[in-house]
Design a protein around this ligand. Sequence first.
Ligand code: Z5A
Length: 217
Amino acid sequence: MSGLLITFEGGEGAGKSTQILALADHLRKLGYQLVVTREPGGSSGAEAVRHVILSGAAEAYGPAMEALLFAAARSDHVDQKIRPAIQSGKIVLCDRFIDSSRVYQGISGNLDPHFMQNIERIAIDGLMPDLTIILDIPADKGLARAGARRGTDVADRFEKETIATHEARRQAFLAIAAHEPQRCKIINAERPVEIISAEIAALTDDLLREREVHAHG
Ligand code: Z5A
C-alpha cells in the first residue's frame, strides 16, 4: 500500500496554503486519508530549525549554512512524518519542499549545484514528490497579498528581499517546471481561488486514477 506526496511551491503570497486547504477538503470528501504539512517544519525537529531560519538567526553565516539547515529539517520531516504516512497509504500535501531549497538557496544563494544536489539527495533519501503544483504569480502581486495578510506583523527573513530577487525566484520555479514537466505543473495563481482549486483537483484526480491509489473509506 503506497500513498502519494503532492508538494506546493511558488513565491510568497501565491496561495499555497489556501490551495492546500481546498485540495484537502476535496480529497477528504472522496474518502482519502491525508497528512497536511509544511516546510520548513512539519516534525518537531524541523519546527525547531524553522524558528532558527525564519528569525534570520542563521542569515549571517551565509547561504550554505541556511541550505544545510533546511536540508537537516527536511531529513527529519521526511523520516518522521512524510515517509511513514506514504507507506501507510496516505496522501501527503506539503507546503514547500525541495524546489524551494533549489530556488531560495541554490539560485538566490548562488550555491554550487553539486553541493545542492548532494544535500537534497541526503535529505530526501529517494523520496521525490509524485506531483508538484507550482503556483505562479508576478512577484509584486504575491508580495502584496502576503503583506495584506500579515498586517502590522514584521516581514520574515525572506519577505524582506527586493522585488528583483522575488522575480528571479519566479523564473527559477518556471525553469524547474520546464525541466521536469512530468512532475511539475504550473498553475496561473492570479485567478479566483475556486478556479485554481478546480484545476488542482482535476490534476490530482488524474494522478490518483493513473497510480490506482484508492480511498480508504
Ligand atoms: N524556504 C526556503 O528558503 N527554502 C526551503 O527549502 C523552504 C522554505 C522549504 C517559509 O515561509 C519561507 O521559507 C519562504 C521560503 C523559505 N519564504 N518566505 N517568506 P512561510 O512558510 O512563512 O511562508 P510562505 O511559504 O512563503 O507562504 P505564504 O507567504 O504564507 O503564502 P502562501 O501560502 O503561498 O499564500 P496564502 O497564505 O494561501 O495566501 C496569501 C494571501 O492571499 C491570503 O490572504 C489569501 O487569502 C490570499 N489569496 C490566496 N489565493 C488568492 C487568490 N487566488 N486571489 C486572491 N487572494 C488570494
